[in-house]
Write a new protein. Structure first.
Length: 425
């Protein structure tokens, strides 16, 4: 986001493709003024050009005079893409803004930032569930889940910590599932019960053996690991959750976390609901994300439909690494759990790598990546500044500060109102 976007209120910024829309440009501070009688020029430039044209057509141009201290421009948006809007006035005043036009299916969805994979002091993390949840809002997350190793209860503790507090962060149950005698790590996001607890029941082995018996696999292949995964994903879905296949190219014990044959089998038959495309790797481990992305694109080229997520897999919010570096943007009708789950399954999500000090990068379907980069550059910085204040108050509430809950209640709905302002009605 450049300075021009800080100095002006421009709305709407996200509009419907193939529509006519009035864009309002209003200065926010005294160092930029739109005076009566001034004449400003404006140009709207489609960044990808127009369908059916192999050359660059002339942009839409206006000569406009301010009305009540603002410029009002009637713009035509043809096609789903990003647009540059440039205005020039007297005294060498000039500003550029970016807008985005969307087809109806994507326009009807809100972008929500979330993290599915985090640990607390109950497993191998550092802080309490309440601290991790509040910290998520502090860095701009709209939804999250604690997923401690083999533990479901910490995620419920995070929910309970803010149960009677009005906050816009959606906190969901979760756990990292470790099936017995199986290398694969699985995330249970949003499931209504613990899958790890079910491993103590006698039915686990019996039901997995039944799955093994009906598997079509070559002679000599150990059927148990794959059948165990199938069973786990079925349980997560039964609980209304999203079952995620974790970090297949994480290097652990001098080798990849999952044997290649088993990874290929899981990607071919897809018993999972989503792939952890971007995982929480330290800088020296980035090769693992590179391999996961390359494998994803290869599978997509073969015609596979693979829902994806990005996660931090953080083990501490104040360690200076991982936390906030990786996340998911889900394009969903709402941040309710069923909507998030169905949107991700329907391929309306991207995985984001946003290492500290580097330009964020989104991965996934081209159409969504293009839009996500616009959001990360133009919209999310404003959204995240609002979240920062809410997260600080959530931490204060978790620490027992009187009055923090009341202050949070006063802020509830700010991000929704921001989006209502920036999206066309």
């Amino acid at each position: 986001m450049d300075n021009a976007s800080l100095y002006y209120d421009v709305y709407p910024r996200v509009v419907r493709a193939n529509s006519q829309q009035t864009i309002t440009i209003r200065p926010l501070f005294g160092h930029v003024r739109l005076k009566p009688g001034q004449e400003w020029s404006a140009a709207l430039i489609p960044m990808e050009g127009l369908d059916g044209q192999t050359g660059w057509s002339a942009p839409q141009n206006w000569m406009a005079a301010p009305q009540d201290g603002a410029l009002l421009l009637d713009c035509a948006f043809t096609g789903e893409q990003e647009y540059s809007l440039v205005i020039e006035g007297p005294e060498r005043q000039k500003a550029e803004f970016r807008l985005f036009a969307l087809e109806p299916d994507l326009f009807a969805r809100t972008p929500y930032k979330g993290d599915f994979h985090m640990h607390t002091h109950y497993s191998d993390g550092v802080e309490s569930p309440a601290y991790v949840a509040a910290s998520c809002r502090k860095v701009g997350m709209d939804f999250m889940a604690i997923t401690d190793h083999r533990r479901y209860a910490p995620s419920l503790e995070a929910i309970a910590a803010f149960q009677n507090v009005k906050t816009d962060l959606r906190i969901y149950p979760g756990e990292e599932v470790h099936p017995p005698d199986n290398w694969v790590h699985i995330l249970n996001f949003g499931g209504g019960f613990s899958v790890n607890d079910l491993f103590r029941e006698e039915r686990y082995r019996a039901e997995v053996e039944a799955i093994m018996a009906r598997l079509d696999l070559p002679e000599g292949v150990d059927r148990y690991p794959y059948a165990s995964c199938v069973w786990c994903y079925e349980q997560i879905r039964a609980g209304g959750g999203l079952g995620i296949f974790c970090h297949p190219y994480w290097v652990s014990n001098k080798r990849y976390d999952v044997p290649q044959y088993l990874t290929s089998l899981l990607l071919e038959r897809q018993p999972f609901d989503a792939l952890e495309l971007i995982g929480g790797y330290h800088r020296h481990e980035i090769e693992s994300n590179t391999l996961q992305v390359a494998r994803y694109h290869e599978e997509r080229a073969r015609g596979k439909r693979i829902p994806i997520v990005g996660v931090s897999d953080s083990h501490g919010c104040e360690t200076g690494a991982l936390f906030g570096w990786y996340y998911t943007v889900a394009f969903s009708p709402s941040s309710d759990l069923p909507d998030l789950v169905s949107s991700i399954k329907d391929l309306y999500s991207v995985a984001v790598e946003a290492l500290a000090g580097e330009t964020p990068r989104a991965f996934g379907p081209f159409r969504l990546v293009r839009y996500a980069h616009y959001l990360m550059r133009e919209i999310f910085p404003v959204h995240d500044r609002l979240c920062l204040e809410e997260g600080r108050l959530m931490l204060a509430h978790a620490a027992g500060e009187a009055g923090a809950a009341g202050a949070l209640a006063a802020l509830k709905g700010r991000t929704a109102r921001l989006y209502a302002h920036l999206w066309a009605g």
